[in-house]
Design a protein. Structure first.
Length: 129
């Protein structure tokens, strides 16, 4: 088990409460870059998306970087996944990297670089998080 997770190396199998999250079919998006793959929650694959890691969870929702491929480039957005329904909500603008840090006071904090020098957050104060 990896003690210090980052977007390049993270645990591909974790148990959060009664939920088991497993990544598979991992690939590097560039040499030495972040890995993305398919995500299964309790044996059910989240279709249509490729997720990066590491993820965060508050036991009701799972937050993970989701890889977005666009006509003029690619990057990451934040995915908010309901652990019961597996509904995925894609949030925010495309970033070169999303390195999740913590959930605190209705906000999900992240870094936009692996050196943790550029930070940001998304607010969910009007939503149940």
């Amino acid at each position: 088990m990896i003690q210090f997770e980052n977007p390049i190396q993270f645990n591909i199998k974790k148990k959060i409460g009664n939920n088991e999250i497993v990544y598979s079919k991992l690939i590097e998006i560039s040499q030495g870059g972040p890995e993305i793959g398919t995500m299964c929650i309790n044996g059910k694959q989240i279709e249509s998306y490729r997720f990066g890691g590491p993820f965060l969870s508050d036991n009701e929702y799972l937050f993970a970087p989701v890889f977005i491929r666009k006509f003029l480039g690619s990057g990451f957005k934040l995915a908010k996944i309901n652990l019961q329904t597996l509904e995925v909500k894609i949030i925010g603008k495309t970033k070169n990297l999303i390195f999740l840090d913590k959930i605190e006071n209705g906000q999900v904090y992240f870094f936009e670089d692996s050196d943790k020098t550029v930070s940001g957050y998304y607010t969910f104060k009007n939503e149940m998080i």
